[in-house]
Design a protein around this ligand. Structure first.
Ligand code: ADP
Ligand code: ZN
Ligand code: ZN
Length: 739
């Protein structure tokens, strides 16, 4: 018996942040369930209002006698807006945020919609003339022009925005071409993809493994089952083709699909692949859209003008009226977890959203997160596996591990092992390309005093400043900058110097070691300018450099056919991050980096330089053996009591006043232990977050572990209540993360 309906008032009334309870009259009982719209008497005058049922309760804090009764239930399909409001409500509870913040996340912010027009680049010359121009541009090494002509030959007409963003083509570069009447800029109606401006590409014939995967989902779907699937397939095994097959199927059922792809992997090639297959039914979201464009995309989805939305995390809230499928590519990516409130996990929210509209969810990865693979093993997810590369001529690269301790013992002081150096020389001689990967920018180039040993730190954050080539010191957390001092601020010694090897240093060393090589560097510094990221990748793709040096950015989802060597400079740096997921992250990065070598027809090599060759994250990555890694990692998590084997509640406290954060975190620990120690709750901390001081805030963390999610939920609610004590928490900001 659940006689009370928890109702939130529809948005037209301001105070939506609380629940109102109503009695359910007998004749409506079978119709009232979470998600339905109801009519309710509201306020003193009992005005009739629309509300949404978000839950049913057995108990109530009100006097049941005085409680009002629901008037009516709206039957029929639940409008999309109602669904999204329910989703916001779920998020508010799950991620302990305000309803307002949750609503802002799920509902498109109404913004001025620009006229439905766009600028396109059109070719004014026939194909053969463009081909001639391309050859000329290639001779003269006009990189941007080469890209433009190639794209024009492929597509004839190019949306200006997408092209300039993704191919790094600027207005200045187009101007002379317009003057010479080679191309023209036109304003046309509608979106990219409209009118089938992209040459269509039919589906490829799926191989047996791909077919099995797609058919499993389709068979379930046909029999009314909507599951969550984990598609585990090595890089290049054809996961994207499987996604497209499933989308095709769902579209034929008259339903819609959302495809989440981490922004960094949302490349021109990926986007075009979807356009070619689905033409003008595709919409794209990315963080660079203006509020108006975002709103317009939402409207188009709501109006049925498009059926597929591709984008990062936030594309999950596309208001499709009859969502049938959610795909989350690269599901292991950290970017699926929001850093800002509400700190939601897109994989979790996708599941809830899919349940509301009876949609299936497919998570795909070459290196599934330990959590997801565990859930697949537990039978929560259905596992689909692709074990082979889809293209017959593409082979996995050969992986070599180099122990840097041995190199040093044998007298090699260079940051290049002899193995790596030899292979680079070989590639340069054969005009093939090389990628050098340095997995952490933050470790780079900090400046320390050779006399007293003190490192130069940011005055606002507890982190070392990083030395940049222009002679300035920069904080990578808050942006603080200062010139390199002549003397040590602590002891006055003149012997202060940059230390360590970051991407900048690596670039210098590489230049010195291989003076003839053309080198490009890609990291947060070189890509700060809009479009710079694409520009670098495009230049490298067309052979404008021999060696690309970079951070994680270079290993995510980019295919370069001529790259036959990948060097990982120091594989273990990321192993020492203060985080239980550091081995997982290291394994992912190494596997992805290895996947970059030999994408074309040439055999590739990968050299992993490390001080920890025996660490399972390094050795499993070298053997390209996910399951071996997974088994080891699960053992470690079991032993140490980490998710997914226990649930974890992280409470982060921060304050501008150090004494306050210390007092508040100690207090919280004491109160929680008093209430929950008997339930077997484990509390760790308070420990200092890393960095401890950030933007002038001191930060402490408490970790709570328990097998039961529900207990941790209670602990969190208890902690939130404690926050109401002004003496202790007035100057302290508290955040919760429950996994
Ligand atoms: P993943 O998403 O798993 O990395 P993709 O779907 O991008 O893999 O496929 C890798 C490459 O193999 C692509 O160039 C794709 O066009 C090609 N490919 C995929 N499936 C097939 C197939 N069944 N037959 C031929 N080529 C395929
Ligand atoms: Zn000093
Ligand atoms: Zn700082």
């Amino acid at each position: 018996m659940e006689p009370y309906a928890d109702v939130i008032i529809d948005l037209s009334v301001k105070n939506v942040d609380r629940i109102f309870q109503y009695r359910i009259p007998d004749h409506l009982k079978e119709f009232v369930k979470p998600g339905v719209q109801v009519n309710i008497p509201f306020g003193k005058g009992n005005t009739e209002r629309k509300g949404i049922v978000v839950g049913l309760s057995k108990e109530t804090d009100y006097d049941p006698e005085k409680m009002k009764e629901l008037l009516d239930v709206e039957t029929g399909a639940v409008p999309i807006r109602t669904q999204m409001i329910c989703l916001a409500f779920w998020m508010k509870d799950r991620y302990s945020t305000t309803m307002n913040q949750a609503l802002k996340t799920v509902l498109p912010v109404k913004a001025k919609v620009m006229p439905r027009e766009e600028r396109v680049i059109v070719s004014l010359k026939p194909k053969n003339e463009i081909e001639t121009l391309l050859i000329e541009a290639e001779k003269k090494k006009y990189r941007a022009r080469i890209r433009l002509y190639r794209a024009l030959l492929e597509n004839g007409e190019l949306p200006l925005k997408l092209t300039s963003e993704k191919l790094g083509i600027t207005a200045a570069m187009l101007k002379p071409l317009v003057e010479k009447e080679i191309v023209d800029l036109k304003t046309v109606k509608k979106e990219p993809g409209a009118g089938n401006r992209f040459p269509e590409a039919g589906p490829v014939a799926l191989n047996q493994e791909q077919k099995n995967a797609a058919e499993t989902v389709i068979r379930d779907y046909d029999s009314g089952q909507r599951n969550t699937y984990l598609l585990y397939g090595i890089t290049g095994s054809g996961k994207t083709e499987v996604y497209m097959e499933l989308i095709d199927y769902v579209l034929r059922k008259g339903r819609q699909a959302i495809v989440l792809i981490p922004e960094i992997s949302l490349t021109y090639q990926t986007v075009m692949r979807f356009y070619r297959r689905f033409g003008n039914r595709v919409g794209i979201m990315n963080s660079r859209l203006s509020a108006g464009e975002r709103y317009e995309q939402s409207e188009r989805a709501a109006n049925g003008e498009i059926d597929i939305m591709i984008g990062p995390r936030s594309a999950l809230f596309t208001p499709f009226p009859d969502l049938g499928l959610v795909i989350i590519d690269e599901e292991h990516e950290g970017a699926y977890k929001s850093e800002a409130a509400p700190r939601y996990d897109a994989r979790e929210v996708a599941k809830v959203r899919a349940d509301m509209s009876r949609a299936a969810v497919v998570l795909g990865s070459a290196t599934p997160s330990v959590e997801s693979y565990y859930l697949a093993e537990q039978g929560e997810y259905k596992l689909l596996t692709l074990t082979k590369r889809a293209k017959e001529n593409s082979r996995l690269a050969g992986v070599h591990i180099v122990d840097l301790r041995e190199e040093l013992a044998e007298g090699n002081r260079s940051i290049f092992s002899r193995r790596l150096k030899g292979l680079i020389e070989d590639r340069l001689a054969n005009r093939q390309q090389v990628m050098l990967f340095m997995n952490r920018r933050g470790y780079a180039g900090f400046v320390s005093c050779r006399s007293c040993g003190k490192a130069m730190k940011c005055p606002h954050c507890d982190v070392s400043l990083t030395y940049h080539k222009n002679g300035r010191l920069k904080c990578h957390y808050c942006g603080f900058e200062r010139p390199l001092p002549d003397r040590c601020p602590a002891c006055g010694s003149p012997f202060i110097a940059p230390f360590g090897t970051g991407t900048q240093k690596l670039e210098e060393f590489t230049k010195r070691e291989f003076p003839k090589a053309r080198i490009l560097r890609m990291d947060a510094d070189t890509t700060a300018k809009k479009g710079a990221h694409e520009e670098i990748l495009a230049t490298f793709a067309e052979g404008g450099a021999d060696i690309l040096i970079g951070t994680q950015m270079i290993v995510k989802g980019h295919d370069f056919a001529n790259v036959t060597l990948v060097g990982v400079m120091a594989a273990d740096l990321s192993l020492y991050a203060p985080d239980y997921k550091s081995a997982e992250r290291t394994f992912e990065l190494l596997t992805q980096a290895s996947g970059r070598a030999g994408r074309g027809e040439l055999q590739g090599d990968v050299v992993i330089q490390t001080y920890a060759p025996d660490h399972y994250a390094v050795s499993s990555a070298a053997e390209q053996d996910y399951l071996q890694f997974y088994r080891q990692e699960l053992l470690y998590r079991k032993m140490m009591g980490y998710p997914p084997l226990v649930r974890l509640l992280t409470i982060g406290l921060s304050s501008k006043r150090e004494a306050d954060v210390i007092r508040a975190s100690e207090d919280m620990k004491r109160v929680i232990l008093r209430e929950y120690a008997l339930d077997g709750l484990k509390v760790i901390g308070p420990v200092e977050d890393s960095p401890y001081k950030l933007n002038d805030n001191y930060r402490k963390i408490l970790y709570m572990k328990h097998e039961s999610y529900d207990i941790l939920l209670k602990v969190r609610n208890c902690a939130r209540k404690r926050e109401n004590i002004p003496d202790l928490f007035r100057n302290v900001f508290v955040q919760y993360d429950l996994t």
